[in-house]
Design a protein around this ligand. Sequence first.
Ligand code: PLP
Ligand SMILES: N[C@@H](CCOP(=O)(O)O)C(=O)O
Length: 471
Amino acid sequence: MEYISTRASGSGDAEPLNFEQVTLAGLAGDGGLYVPTHWPKLTSAEIADMAGLPYSEIAVRVMRPFIGDVLTEDELRDLCEQAYGRFAHKAVTPLVQLDGQHWLLELFHGPTLAFKDVALQLLGLLFETFLARQDKHLTVVGATSGDTGSAAIDALAGREKVDIFMLHPDGRISDVQRRQMTTVLAPNVHNIAMDGSFDDAQAMVKRMFADPEVTDRFAISAVNSINWARLMAQIVYYFYAASQLGAPHRKVAFSVPTGNFGDVFAGYVAAQMGLPIERLIVATNVNDILHRALSNGDYSAGTVTATAAPSMDIQISSNFERLLFDLEGRDGAKTAARMKAFEETRDMQIAPEMLAKAASIFSSERVDAESMALAMSQAQEAAGQVIDPHTAIGLSAARSADVDPSVPIVTLATAHPAKFRDAVERATGSRPALPRRIGDLFDREEACDKLPGDYDAVKAFVTSRATPANG
Ligand SMILES: Cc1ncc(COP(=O)(O)O)c(C=O)c1O
Ligand SMILES: N[C@@H](CCOP(=O)(O)O)C(=O)O
């Protein structure tokens, strides 16, 4: 499998890369995101054969077409078994039935209690495997609204040949999320609390990838969903869930709490690969750029509003570029021009024919604070399930969406309720306990640097502490 940038001109000036190269690169030098040159297909028979297989085995079958020959199948299987062996539930991502039509796919049984662990546990091992083949030190620079940061730090802490610098918006993540990052005191982990929003942090990270004063000395890479390997690992659980509900013989819909458009784009890829997905419901909080874009073509970034679902307080959704690239006939020059204009004006209007293509699989819902709280209390009262605010946004959207009642709707349960104890308590009256493995989180020492929301300050911090590419 070969990869190209969503902004490649097609004039042959950029050679396609393999999976190892795009994993280590993170983001393309032209500012675009890497995508495979084509979507690989699985046959109905191959999907039917997944029934009853363990999660790791389904992971191997779904991911191997993307990995090509950079890992043998046995090497890939070994990495998947290591990554998913760290999950607290034997099923890795268990499905829980709520009622006749609704299901939750619990993606929060990994070490840091959010869906990010599913991809990042594997990505940590992929980095280690690929770096062992090269004489190179990697500098990971990431932005987080709370969950990517903790999952990436858990996956990379203490690994040789990698430093991780993680920017989070100061005061805009939950106390559990912050402590899951700042109490990891490994010397290769650098936490930065920055003034501004997640979008500001994400923009700084992207700017660093395009700054020769950084890239000439340091091999930088990404752990955010701009890194293709992140999305690839997230495709797996769509196959896993649908296979349990009868795919390929039965269609399934998914409701996905969405911020950076990564998780739901992974569902789109599953559909391109042949998984019979009836509908992907894009569920946003009041930071609703994706709902506006998909419902009336208005992709204009407003200011970020702080909500009780802080991980989705995002107004610039990086992976939307990957969808635009497909909707525009995979024309990199057009995508580059479109994204450049958006970066200058923060405004983009999407043409009706592109919207119509998107509507063949996506619909969207905007969920406000009241509906989110209602979904949390109803899940508890009606089904005995304590759910977190992000999952509640997905579930509320699933219940409002126009989906044939005979089609099961799976809501992705993206975080453990204990990560957002205050919001859950406000909505339900009961405070979720921290799981035993992080029971002492509030007794641990924290380390974190505070920086202004200024690119030069962040760049100076990173370049003064990172190890150059050649050691
Ligand atoms: C708990 C939680 N739910 C949902 C999301 C949204 O996922 P995505 O950014 O892939 O759309 C995030 C982070 O982005 C998250 O941390
Ligand atoms: N919700 C995320 C922010 C989006 O990050 P990505 O890594 O999925 O691109 C977070 O918790 O950090």
